[in-house]
Design a protein around this ligand. Sequence first.
Ligand code: IPD
Ligand code: CA
Ligand code: CA
Length: 271
Amino acid sequence: MTASDHAPDIDARYAFARALAHEAAQMGMQLYRERGTLVVEHKGAYRQDVVSIADQRIEQFLRARLAERFPEDGFLGEESGAADLEARCVWVIDPIDGTACFLHGLHNWCVSVGLMVDGRPHVGVIADPNHDELFHGCLGRGAFVNDQPLKASAATHVSEGLTGTGTFHPRGKEHFIPFLEKLLAEGGMFLRNGSGALMTAYVAAGRLLGYYETQLKSWDCLAGLVLVKEAGGLVNDFFRGDGLLDGNPYLVACPGVYAQLAQMVGPSLDT
Ligand code: IPD
Ligand code: CA
Ligand code: CA
């Protein structure tokens, strides 16, 4: 029998992820206060896609602590890439989700720590130090913000609340503008706060009815997907194809509104 034949210790990983995300978020707050001094780089040709030394430092911290505590686990992070993706447990993390907000002095950013077990999202922790909110959940055990249980909205129509949305320039606007037009025509209203992980947590918390983004990466949303499922929400087939590494279109929503939003997104959800 080898180590990988044993059932992974989920309790230990869930507890560790909560403490680690909280610690990383506090580290993020220190860097946020010093943001004027951070060197900012642009990723590739796309000027809105920014990264700073804060993203890199927090990812190094998370990666080192996870490797020390769970050396048998795999890892996928936005800034440093992948290792051991064939392991039973793979951590999928975004050191700062909402980097543009972070660098522009807007309080919508967080640390996102997700855990995939046997190919399925299993644990999710999203730490928002600006609002003292630690969102966390584990498959079959519910989802919480701090100690409060999360529940998706009971709404049955988009006109009953706000819908999160987002896009980025490389994904054509034809995947975005028609959706906005349909949402507004039905009496819905959109919100984009600059952090896909936080907007996903807000769907789990019932603060947003749903959230559509034309394309996300797995580190933006894996932790949040656990929260939404555990809070009774619905999610699209985000991991189809090469979703883990390349990303896909993304839709999460409360059960009464998911079908309406999916219809508004139309074929863009599958292409
Ligand atoms: C971004 C945020 C944003 C979304 C972008 C993501 P980053 O992540 O989640 O809300 O619209 O597509 O890339 O770059 O801040 O980690
Ligand atoms: Ca992100
Ligand atoms: Ca990021």
